[in-house]
Design a binder for this molecule. Structure first.
Ligand SMILES: [Zn+2]
Length: 122
Protein backbone atom coordinates (compact mmCIF):
# COMPACT_ATOMS: atom_id res chain seq x y z
CA UNK A 1 0.00 0.00 0.00
CA UNK A 2 1.23 3.48 -0.85
CA UNK A 3 0.29 6.71 0.89
CA UNK A 4 1.08 10.08 -0.66
CA UNK A 5 0.56 13.39 1.09
CA UNK A 6 0.66 16.83 -0.46
CA UNK A 7 0.25 19.91 1.71
CA UNK A 8 -1.08 23.36 0.90
CA UNK A 9 -1.36 26.55 2.93
CA UNK A 10 -3.98 29.26 2.70
CA UNK A 11 -5.22 32.18 4.75
CA UNK A 12 -8.94 32.58 5.28
CA UNK A 13 -11.49 34.16 7.58
CA UNK A 14 -14.72 32.94 9.10
CA UNK A 15 -17.07 33.31 12.03
CA UNK A 16 -19.31 30.81 13.79
CA UNK A 17 -22.27 32.91 14.96
CA UNK A 18 -23.94 29.93 16.64
CA UNK A 19 -20.93 29.30 18.89
CA UNK A 20 -20.71 30.46 22.48
CA UNK A 21 -16.92 30.66 22.21
CA UNK A 22 -14.79 33.45 20.81
CA UNK A 23 -15.16 31.73 17.40
CA UNK A 24 -18.37 33.72 16.99
CA UNK A 25 -16.23 36.81 16.42
CA UNK A 26 -14.96 37.23 12.84
CA UNK A 27 -11.34 36.05 12.69
CA UNK A 28 -8.81 34.36 10.44
CA UNK A 29 -6.56 31.32 10.33
CA UNK A 30 -3.47 30.22 8.45
CA UNK A 31 -4.83 26.85 7.41
CA UNK A 32 -2.71 23.85 6.47
CA UNK A 33 -4.47 21.41 4.15
CA UNK A 34 -3.09 17.88 3.77
CA UNK A 35 -4.38 15.80 0.87
CA UNK A 36 -3.76 12.09 1.36
CA UNK A 37 -3.84 9.59 -1.51
CA UNK A 38 -3.84 5.83 -0.95
CA UNK A 39 -3.34 3.17 -3.58
CA UNK A 40 -2.24 -0.44 -3.81
CA UNK A 41 -0.53 -0.21 -7.16
CA UNK A 42 1.73 1.97 -9.23
CA UNK A 43 0.79 3.03 -12.71
CA UNK A 44 2.40 0.81 -15.30
CA UNK A 45 2.47 3.04 -18.34
CA UNK A 46 2.76 6.60 -19.52
CA UNK A 47 4.14 9.72 -17.87
CA UNK A 48 3.18 8.50 -14.41
CA UNK A 49 4.83 5.08 -14.72
CA UNK A 50 5.93 3.81 -11.31
CA UNK A 51 3.96 6.59 -9.59
CA UNK A 52 0.63 6.43 -7.78
CA UNK A 53 -0.13 9.90 -9.08
CA UNK A 54 2.16 12.76 -10.03
CA UNK A 55 2.31 15.33 -7.22
CA UNK A 56 1.92 17.97 -9.92
CA UNK A 57 -1.44 16.45 -10.84
CA UNK A 58 -2.58 16.80 -7.22
CA UNK A 59 -1.50 20.44 -7.22
CA UNK A 60 -3.21 21.14 -10.53
CA UNK A 61 -6.51 19.98 -9.04
CA UNK A 62 -6.19 21.48 -5.55
CA UNK A 63 -4.71 24.91 -6.25
CA UNK A 64 -7.60 26.21 -8.40
CA UNK A 65 -10.03 25.16 -5.66
CA UNK A 66 -7.97 26.98 -3.02
CA UNK A 67 -7.73 30.08 -5.19
CA UNK A 68 -11.46 30.20 -5.91
CA UNK A 69 -12.93 29.32 -2.50
CA UNK A 70 -10.30 29.60 0.23
CA UNK A 71 -7.20 31.79 -0.02
CA UNK A 72 -7.97 35.26 1.40
CA UNK A 73 -11.66 34.43 1.29
CA UNK A 74 -14.50 34.86 3.77
CA UNK A 75 -15.57 31.25 4.15
CA UNK A 76 -19.11 31.98 5.35
CA UNK A 77 -19.68 33.49 1.89
CA UNK A 78 -17.64 31.28 -0.43
CA UNK A 79 -18.88 28.02 1.16
CA UNK A 80 -22.41 29.42 1.57
CA UNK A 81 -22.87 28.38 5.18
CA UNK A 82 -23.28 30.19 8.48
CA UNK A 83 -21.21 27.48 10.21
CA UNK A 84 -17.92 26.95 8.32
CA UNK A 85 -16.31 24.80 10.99
CA UNK A 86 -13.06 23.02 10.26
CA UNK A 87 -15.04 19.75 10.10
CA UNK A 88 -17.43 21.21 7.51
CA UNK A 89 -14.55 22.58 5.45
CA UNK A 90 -12.62 19.29 5.45
CA UNK A 91 -15.65 17.32 4.24
CA UNK A 92 -16.46 20.02 1.65
CA UNK A 93 -12.94 19.81 0.21
CA UNK A 94 -13.02 15.99 0.19
CA UNK A 95 -16.32 15.93 -1.72
CA UNK A 96 -15.05 18.43 -4.29
CA UNK A 97 -11.74 16.63 -4.88
CA UNK A 98 -12.88 13.00 -4.86
CA UNK A 99 -14.28 12.99 -8.44
CA UNK A 100 -10.98 14.35 -9.78
CA UNK A 101 -8.66 12.32 -7.53
CA UNK A 102 -10.17 8.81 -7.39
CA UNK A 103 -7.52 7.50 -4.98
CA UNK A 104 -8.12 10.36 -2.53
CA UNK A 105 -8.20 8.83 0.96
CA UNK A 106 -8.54 11.74 3.37
CA UNK A 107 -8.45 15.45 3.89
CA UNK A 108 -6.78 16.82 7.00
CA UNK A 109 -7.22 20.47 7.78
CA UNK A 110 -5.11 22.16 10.45
CA UNK A 111 -6.86 25.23 11.78
CA UNK A 112 -4.13 26.05 14.28
CA UNK A 113 -0.88 24.39 15.34
CA UNK A 114 -2.80 22.36 17.91
CA UNK A 115 -6.19 21.76 16.22
CA UNK A 116 -6.88 19.67 13.15
CA UNK A 117 -9.66 17.56 11.66
CA UNK A 118 -9.43 14.62 9.26
CA UNK A 119 -12.32 13.54 7.06
CA UNK A 120 -12.40 10.21 5.27
CA UNK A 121 -15.07 7.74 4.21
CA UNK A 122 -15.30 4.74 6.52
ZN1 LIG B 1 -11.82 29.88 13.45
Amino acid sequence: MFELEKSFRFEAGHSLPQSNSKCRVPHGHSFLLVVKIRAEKLQEEGQERNMVVDFNVISSVVRPLINEYFDHCWLNDTLQTDAPTVEFIARWIYNRLKPELPDLYSITLHETDTQKVTFYES
